[in-house]
Write a protein that binds this ligand. Sequence first.
Ligand code: SAM
Length: 230
Amino acid sequence: MTHEIRAIFDRIAPVYDQLNDWLSLGQHRIWKEMAIKWSNPKPGDTCLDLCCGSGDIALGLARRVGTTGHVYGVDFSPNLLETAKRRAQSQYPQPAIAWVEADVLNLPFDNNQFDGATMGYGLRNVKDIPRSLKELHRVLKPGAKAAILDFHRPSNPQLRTFQQWYLENIVVPVATHLGVKEEYAYISPSLDRFPIGSEQVELAYQVGFAVVTHYPIANGMMGVLVVSKF
Ligand SMILES: C[S@@+](CC[C@H](N)C(=O)[O-])C[C@H]1O[C@@H](n2cnc3c(N)ncnc32)[C@H](O)[C@@H]1O
């Protein structure tokens, strides 16, 4: 399963950024900025971006921590990490971002290392959500915050119907046009299985986070889970 998911993301890499812009009408940039802000990065901080993909959020963190800070982007797709590396070198060479090829379920970091963390559209894809939250909790410093952005199933039935219609009739056909149908058809079933906000809050408390809030955004079609460690 892990290998299959990694292969999916490796295949998407060449069209990933273009598709995100088209399919969200550029809105994903705003949602990612919200997650960055909620993770509270400050100049000089050491921050972590889990499931960094092509690097949008890690680049945003780098702008916030400045030249005295450090950013680590972790992903298990070599192709997306390669895209991230190229973008970082051309767009934002300082501070250098460390791109780490690893599984977020087994982070190659010591305990209590990071001042803040983000994860964009990653939690829905990991095969063990509690374990992923536990690893995140382990590597954060006491007092640190993390913000986890992902799709969300809105509680309003009309909006949920619209979301399903959009995924089926806009997202999949556009992805088909770009030759990555199977990869984008995967969003809808993964969202069906994904815990809703209140369930995510419960899971985060269970692994030891002290303060946890889920913020529905985009009319509840997206959500940001904000967790703090004491
Ligand atoms: C939908 S993309 C999101 C990329 C980026 N965060 C963004 O928002 O544009 C999901 C990413 O999670 C990565 N991923 C999924 N499961 C992972 C795991 N267990 N360990 C590391 N990376 C993983 C995939 O390779 C992919 O790059």
